[in-house]
Design a protein around this ligand. Sequence first.
Ligand SMILES: *[C@@H]1O[C@H](CO)[C@@H](O)[C@H](O)[C@H]1NC(C)=O
Ligand SMILES: *[C@@H]1O[C@H](CO)[C@@H](O)[C@H](O)[C@H]1NC(C)=O
Ligand SMILES: *[C@@H]1O[C@H](CO)[C@@H](O)[C@H](O)[C@H]1NC(C)=O
Ligand SMILES: *[C@@H]1O[C@H](CO)[C@@H](O)[C@H](O)[C@H]1NC(C)=O
Ligand SMILES: *[C@@H]1O[C@H](CO)[C@@H](O)[C@H](O)[C@H]1NC(C)=O
Length: 263
Amino acid sequence: MSWTAVLWCLLAFWVTGGHQLTAENKTTIVELHNRFRSLVVPSAANMRRMHWNESLAAIAVAYSTKCVWDHNPELVDIGENLFITNGRLNVSNAVTDWYEEHLDYTYKNNHCQEDKMCGHYTQVVWADSYAVGCASHLCAKMTGLQFENANLFICNYYPPGNFKGKLPYTSGEPCYLCPAGMSCKDKLCATAEKLISTSQPTSSPRSTTQSPATENKSTPSSSKETMPWTTSLPRLNYTGGACAVTEGSLTLLSSVLLLLLTM
Ligand SMILES: *[C@@H]1O[C@H](CO)[C@@H](O)[C@H](O)[C@H]1NC(C)=O
Ligand SMILES: *[C@@H]1O[C@H](CO)[C@@H](O)[C@H](O)[C@H]1NC(C)=O
Ligand SMILES: *[C@@H]1O[C@H](CO)[C@@H](O)[C@H](O)[C@H]1NC(C)=O
Ligand SMILES: *[C@@H]1O[C@H](CO)[C@@H](O)[C@H](O)[C@H]1NC(C)=O
Ligand SMILES: *[C@@H]1O[C@H](CO)[C@@H](O)[C@H](O)[C@H]1NC(C)=O
């Protein structure tokens, strides 16, 4: 790695704190979710358009810094997808990875192929989940996984999906079953809100009557006890990347550079 590359990484690290997603990343995440939601087969009659939610993102930020390869035990009425790579994180690839699970999923009998995971996909296309907030964190070590210097990526969803025995959406003519007052945009039920909003909306989301108790979450048909259902399988695929340096070494470099700058 050249010194200019190191400096660029350092700059990026300073600006982002090593884990914060940029506004562009957030737009990418929301747009990709919405693209996949409009692509479902069979088509969905009640699929809502997804929006970014900073409160959900804040929960993901806080939990991502703990570097645990398991679901956030404190989530109540919030869904969660996890992804990890020991290469460079690309949010498009992570969300696409979750969507790719549709290849193992059959809508008509709500069935996931044996030994496969479909829960990330069904959360991504869960019709009612209209809010998403995500975070990434560079983890020097992980709890629950033999990964070092890995990029953990977490998305939280509201309302949560994956209720056992429930289909992710109702099939039918796109937007045929949109909640009252919503318009149809790219086969999705849309409100006038912007996809990325920094201000808090005046109305709070409606409360869900169902609670996503663990016993009501679908589990893989196989005994993949170590991997939570809605957790992406780890990628042992090291893609490298210009900024694939440990947070520790970056901090060290930062101090050295700061020292040089202040001398
Ligand atoms: C992320 O991956 C997509 C393809 O999956 C690519 O088009 C895009 O340029 C990548 N983004 C970055 C920042 O590397
Ligand atoms: C986030 O977006 C920036 C550009 O704003 C890009 O350089 C970076 O690779 C993206 N990060 C991820 C994790 O996709
Ligand atoms: C985000 O969702 C929470 C509930 O999870 C809600 O109270 C808050 O108003 C939402 N914020 C935005 C910006 O949508
Ligand atoms: C779990 O599902 C059963 C039926 O499948 C239902 O009777 C029960 O109320 C559900 N529990 C929760 C917490 O949703
Ligand atoms: C790493 O994974 C990406 C997709 O996630 C794939 O395109 C690439 O071929 C893989 N590389 C190796 C060396 O396995």
